[in-house]
Design a protein around this ligand. Structure first.
Ligand code: SF4
Length: 512
C-alpha cells in the first residue's frame, strides 16, 4: 500500500528539529515546506533585521533538514511563483504535490492561524510542544478566575517542571519569587561583558541584500545585524551568557545605562521564539548553574520565572482571549503614536537611548520597553493599537502571542486589568533610580512644572488625575492617590497645565 503523501509546513518561528508537525516524518513520502511570504514580512513594517533573522534562519534550517535527508521545498521571497501568503502557498503546494495530508503546528499569531484555517484545506493541527503549558491546560487553569495572577500560574509551572524545588515540593530558598532582589541599578565601575556578535555568512548576506531591496521603507538599521541564525550559533550565544552574563543578570536585570544596550541580558529571546533554542534546556542549564554554586538563587529564579512564568503566562492569556483581546482600550486612548518613536528624535534622553538602540539593534530589554517607551505611551494616552504595532514591528523577538499581551495588557493596562492588577505608570524618578539617563538629559528630573522639567513627571500626575475615576478604587494605587490629594491645589493645577501643554505638542505632531 502506498504511504500517505504528507506536506509538513514549517513557519518562520517554528525552526525546531523536534517540532510537533515534524514528528513521525517519513523521508520517502513526506515533504517539508518553508515559504518566505510578503504578507507576513509586511503586515506591519517589521524591522529589517527581524526579517533578515527569520528568512536567514529559515534558509539555514532548510539546509540542515536536507542534510538529514529530508525532502524540502523552499520558496524564496523573490521566487516568481511565490503567491505572497501562507494560505495561498499551502493551497498551491497541496495541488502541486497532490498531498494526502497537510500537517501544521499551531501558530504564534491568531491572524495567521485563522487565515490557514479559513483556506479550505483539511489541516492536521499539532499542539506546539515547545511550550510547557498547552493552550487547553492554561484555559483549564484560568477557568472560573475573575482575574489572573502570574504568580500563581508560575508556581504551577514550577511544580510541573520540577525546577528549583526541594524534595518535598517546596521552593528552594523558602520562597517562590526573589524579584525584590532583582532591582539594583548599575553601580559605577561595574561593566557588562562585550556582546557576543555573529558575522553574517554568505546566506545571511544574500538575505540582507534581499531585505534591503524589498523593505527599504521599513524603519531600523540593517547594517548592524550580528545575530545568530543557526542552532549552533544560538547555542554559542547562550553559552556566552551562561559564562559572562548570568551571574550578574539577577541583580541588574532592571538596570539601564547610557550606550549599553545589552548589559547582562542574554539577548536570546529572538532565538528562543523562532525555535533555535529549547526552553526546557535553557531552564535546566540555569538550574544546574545554581546547583553547582556558580550563580545565586535570585539570578536563577529570576531567569526561570521569565521563561516558565511570564512567557508561558502571556501566551496562555493571548490564546484564551483572542481575537477580542486585540481591541482592548480600557482608558479610551486615541492619541497617535509620536513620530519620534520611529526616529529617536527627542530631547528626552531616556527615550532617545531606548528608541535609538531599538532602531539600531531591534532590541531593548524589558525595563526599557516597560518603563521608558511603554511608560511614556501609557502616560501620554497613545492609542493601544498604534503602540502595539510599533512593538511588533521594531523588536526582533516580537511575535503576536508575546507582544500583544505584554504591550496591550502590561504596558498599556488596556485590557481592563486582566493581565496585571495595576498600571505600570511611573514618573521620571523611577528612570533616575534605575539608570544614568537623567544625567545626560536636556530636562531636569527634579522639576515637574518648569519649562525644563522632565516630561515624565507632569504626564505621570496628569495620567493619575485624568483617570482618577477608574484608578482610585484600586487598592494598589491608594498610596499614590493619597500623595496626590495631599498636594496643594496650585501645584496640582500647574502639573495639569504642564501635562496639557506637552500633550498638545504631541497632538500638533511636535517632538520635545
Ligand atoms: Fe527621561 Fe526625564 Fe530623566 Fe530626561 S529627565 S532622562 S526625560 S526621566
Amino acid at each position: 500500500m502506498k504511504n500517505a503523501n504528507r506536506l509538513r509546513l514549517i513557519l518562520g518561528d517554528q525552526l525546531s528539529f523536534d517540532l510537533a508537525s515534524l514528528q513521525g516524518l517519513d523521508a520517502q513520502s513526506d515533504t517539508v515546506l518553508l515559504v518566505e511570504v510578503m504578507e507576513e514580512a509586511s503586515h506591519v513594517p517589521h524591522h529589517p533585521q527581524k526579517i533578515t533573522l527569520i528568512f536567514s534562519a529559515m534558509r539555514h534550517f532548510a539546509e540542515a533538514l536536507q542534510q538529514r535527508g529530508i525532502p524540502v521545498q523552499y520558496v524564496a521571497l523573490d521566487d516568481p511563483d511565490n503567491t505572497g501568503s501562507v494560505p495561498s502557498e499551502l493551497q498551491r503546494w497541496q495541488a502541486l504535490m497532490h498531498a494526502d495530508e497537510i500537517h501544521v503546528t499551531e501558530c504564534g499569531d491568531w491572524r495567521l492561524e485563522q487565515s490557514i484555517k479559513d483556506c479550505g484545506l483539511d489541516i492536521k493541527w499539532h499542539c506546539d510542544s515547545r511550550f510547557l503549558c498547552t493552550r487547553t491546560e492554561f484555559a483549564n487553569w484560568a477557568h472560573g478566575k475573575k482575574q489572573l495572577r502570574m504568580e500563581f500560574f508560575y508556581r504551577e509551572m514550577r511544580r510541573k517542571s520540577g525546577l528549583l524545588l526541594n524534595g518535598d515540593g517546596s521552593p528552594v530558598g523558602g520562597a517562590w519569587n526573589f524579584d525584590a532582589e532583582n532591582r539594583k541599578a548599575l553601580p559605577k565601575g561595574v561593566r557588562p561583558p562585550s556582546p557576543a556578535r555573529f558575522t553574517p555568512d554568505p546566506i545571511t548576506q544574500e538575505v540582507m541584500a534581499l531585505v534591503a531591496k524589498h523593505f527599504a521603507s521599513h524603519y531600523g538599521s540593517l547594517d548592524a545585524f550580528d545575530y545568530p541564525v543557526t542552532h549552533a550559533d544560538a547555542q554559542a550565544l547562550w553559552e556566552y551568557f551562561l559564562d559572562w552574563g548570568l551571574a550578574a543578570f539577577g541583580d541588574y536585570q532592571d538596570a539601564m545605562a547610557s550606550d549599553e544596550p545589552f548589559l547582562f541580558h542574554a539577548r536570546i529571546s529572538a532565538a528562543l521564539n523562532i525555535g533555535l533554542l529549547d526552553l526546557r534546556q535553557l531552564c535546566s542549564d540555569v538550574a544546574s548553574a545554581y546547583e553547582s554554586g556558580s550563580i545565586a538563587l535570585n539570578a536563577a529564579e529570576g531567569f526561570i520565572r521569565q521563561l516558565i512564568g511570564w512567557r508561558e503566562y502571556v501566551r496562555g492569556v493571548y490564546w484564551l482571549k483572542m481575537p477580542d483581546y486585540a481591541d482592548g482600550n480600557g482608558f479610551g486612548n486615541t492619541r497617535a503614536l509620536p513620530a519620534f518613536y520611529w526616529t529617536g528624535e527627542t530631547q528626552m534622553n531616556c527615550m532617545r537611548q531606548a528608541i535609538s538602540q531599538s532602531l539600531e539593534h531591534a532590541y531593548a530589554h524589558h525595563i526599557q520597553r516597560l518603563m521608558v517607551t511603554g511608560n511614556f505611551a501609557l502616560l501620554a494616552g497613545i492609542a493601544p493599537s498604534q503602540i502595539c504595532e510599533w512593538y511588533l514591528a521594531i523588536y526582533m523577538d516580537a511575535f503576536d502571542w508575546v507582544e500583544l499581551p505584554n504591550t496591550l495588557g502590561m504596558v498599556m493596562h488596556a485590557d481592563g486589568g486582566y493581565l496585571g492588577s495595576k498600571p505600570y505608570c511611573a514618573s521620571g524618578q523611577y528612570i533616575k533610580r534605575m539608570s544614568d539617563y537623567c544625567r545626560g538629559c536636556a530636562y531636569k528630573v527634579s522639576e515637574s512644572t518648569t519649562d525644563d522639567a522632565c516630561p515624565f513627571n507632569s504626564l505621570y500626575w496628569h495620567f493619575l488625575m485624568r483617570h482618577g475615576d477608574r484608578l482610585r478604587g484600586n487598592q494598589r494605587m491608594s498610596m499614590i492617590y493619597k500623595n496626590l490629594d495631599r498636594m496643594a491645589e496650585a501645584k496640582q493645577q500647574a502639573l495639569w497645565q504642564r501635562g496639557e501643554w506637552l500633550l498638545d505638542k504631541l497632538d500638533a505632531g511636535e517632538s520635545f
